[in-house]
Write a protein of this length. Structure first.
Length: 101
C-alpha cells in the first residue's frame, strides 16, 4: 500500500512501512532501522511489526531535519524533538485552559 505523504499532513492511524517512512523523511531505510534500534523511533506496538503511525512520521521528519540541519547526534536530535513535542503539548493545554476561562 502506497501513501502519498505531504509535509503538513498527519494521516490518522495509517501504518507506514520502514520504506515509506524513510522516503517521507528523505533518508535511507538503514537510517530508520538505526533510529529504532537506538530507541529514538518506536515501531507500532499493537502489531510488533515494523510499522509506523503518523505521529512517528512527524517525529522522524523532525529528527531527520535536526540531524541534517545542525549535524546533530541522533540522541541529541531525539531529545530536542522530545522538548519540542512537550512545549507544543503545554501550549495546547494553555490554549484550552485559556479558552475555558
Amino acid at each position: 500500500m502506497q501513501h502519498e505523504i505531504h509535509h503538513a499532513e498527519v494521516l490518522g492511524e495509517a501504518a507506514f512501512t520502514a520504506d515509506e517512512l524513510a522516503r517521507a523523511c528523505g533518508v535511507g531505510v538503514t537510517w530508520v532501522h538505526e533510529r529504532v534500534e537506538a530507541g529514538v523511533l518506536q515501531v507500532d506496538s499493537a502489531t510488533g511489526d515494523w510499522r509506523f503511525d503518523s505521529t512517528t512520521l512527524v517525529r522522524a521528519r523532525r529528527i531527520a531535519g535536526l540531524e541534517a540541519g545542525f549535524d546533530a547526534d541522533p540522541q541529541l536530535a531525539a531529545l530536542t524533538a522530545d522538548l519540542i513535542e512537550e512545549v507544543t503539548a503545554l501550549r495546547r493545554r494553555l490554549r484550552l485552559l485559556g479558552a475555558g476561562s
